[in-house]
Design a protein around this ligand. Structure first.
Ligand SMILES: C[S@@+](CC[C@H](N)C(=O)[O-])C[C@H]1O[C@@H](n2cnc3c(N)ncnc32)[C@H](O)[C@@H]1O
Ligand code: SF4
Length: 382
């Protein structure tokens, strides 16, 4: 059986960042013991359905899971280890914010079994950090990176670039400062305006202006170039790693493997008796908690995906990867012949334009193609 990835969502943050549309909420007080009990309950329920399987990874995401009590992470890691077959080097990642409160807890998370952290640095420039509404400054980010490196065998961090008015030279310098402190893995995201956020309001009023397409493309190439100097290659649209340091957890998503998602709003894809079941959980933290305490889970929707939807998802995810997709795998996961999943005329056009190419048996988006995935995929998929 294919190894399973386990995602655990912690939906709380110290404050809401103005660009963020993740399922994250600010609360005065969180009852850690109740949350621990409820997360464990959902985990046990899903494990009973999935059966005993090999486990590929655990990922604590958010929200800000570094605000979780380390005992909660420890209990969940231990339960997952008992419910599934976990390898000795199981990848266990925790997203952490670089405020001092959280940095002080890093050792406890390491003792709990976390062996990889993903730090939300976002910028190393004070003014940019204020613009992004972050709770930490550049010095705290550097301190957290250094503490993270001393404590964890693996560490990654996130930066947001293509910010309003960000000159290429300044971004290169900031990225170099970051890369010098890296990390065998980095997530480098271009700032996007998400509907319903404070930035969406400012953007609509013209108070935030993003770099245009050409400028964003220049910044992307600068990013690839700088990362390469430090031996980090873009193995996915926004993710850079040294060979072998790729996020095993995220690779399960992009290779369209099975994953469990517990906690508010978490998504799940699980193959059971030939049906690929897509489940979604209640997003609101209090409602999620009440439902789990009442019913043992907070799944609000579960459906068996049609073959065409499976193929579409597999292509959407897989073409983000530098390794591209293996049509035989898409056929196996979807039950559809590959030829039936894409529009043949569009495929020919994308190959012709140099946006896609065959590398042996694999279909791969070229560098040019990967920058245009959002425009290309809707037309390509049947
Ligand atoms: C779930 S969030 C991060 C977790 C953690 N709470 C933090 O803020 O560091 C995952 C990452 O998505 C990125 N992100 C979120 N919203 C974004 C946006 N609108 N544009 C670009 N990147 C974004 C940020 O880099 C963020 O670290
Ligand atoms: S970016 Fe991170 S800290 Fe900020 S609101 Fe989103 S999840 Fe919370």
């Amino acid at each position: 059986m294919e190894p399973l990835a386990l995602y655990i969502h912690w939906p709380f943050c110290l404050s809401k960042c103005p660009y963020c549309d993740f399922n994250s909420h600010v609360r005065e007080r969180v009852d850690q013991a109740r949350w621990r009990g409820a997360l464990l309950a959902e985990l046990r329920r899903e494990a009973a359905r999935a059966g005993r399987r090999p486990l590929a990874s655990i990922f604590f995401g958010g929200g800000t899971p570094s605000l979780m009590a380390p005992e909660t992470a420890a209990a969940l890691i231990e339960a997952a280890g008992a419910l599934f077959d976990a390898p000795a080097d199981l990848e266990v990642t925790l997203e952490a914010n670089p405020t001092s409160v959280e940095a002080a807890k890093l050792r406890d998370f390491r003792a709990a079994g976390v062996n990889r952290i993903s730090l939300g640095v976002q910028a190393l420039d004070g003014e940019a950090l204020r613009f992004l509404g972050r709770q930490h400054d550049a010095a705290q980010a550097i301190a957290a990176l250094e503490a993270g490196r001393a404590i964890f065998p693996r560490i990654s961090f996130d930066l947001i670039y293509a910010r309003p008015g960000q000159p290429e030279a300044a971004w290169r310098a900031e990225l170099r400062r970051a890369l010098a402190r890296a990390a065998d893995h980095l997530s480098l995201y271009q700032l996007t305006i998400e509907p319903g956020t404070r930035f969406a309001t400012l953007h609509a009023r013209g108070e935030i202006v993003l770099p245009d397409g050409d400028e964003a493309a220049r910044l992307y190439w600068a990013t690839v170039e700088e990362a390469a100097r430090f031996g980090l290659a873009p193995y996915e649209v926004s993710n850079y790693a040294q060979p072998g340091a790729e996020s095993r957890h995220n690779l399960v998503y992009w290779r369209y493997g099975d994953y469990l998602g517990i906690g508010p709003g978490a998504h799940q894809r699980l193959m059971l008796d030939g049906a690929l079941l897509a489940a979604r959980r209640h997003r609101a933290p209090e409602e999620w908690l009440a439902r789990v305490e009442r019913d043992g889970h907070a799944v609000i929707e579960e459906e068996a995906l049609a073959p065409q939807d499976r193929a579409r998802e597999a292509l959407l995810m897989g073409l983000r990867l530098a390794e591209g997709v293996d049509p035989a795998r898409i056929e196996a996961r979807s039950g559809l012949a590959f030829a039936a999943t894409v529009d043949p005329a569009m495929l020919a056009a994308c190959l012709d334009e140099g946006y896609l190419e065959w590398q042996g048996a694999r279909l791969v988006a070229t560098d040019e193609g990967r920058m245009r995935l959002d425009a290309m995929l809707p037309a390509l998929l049947r």
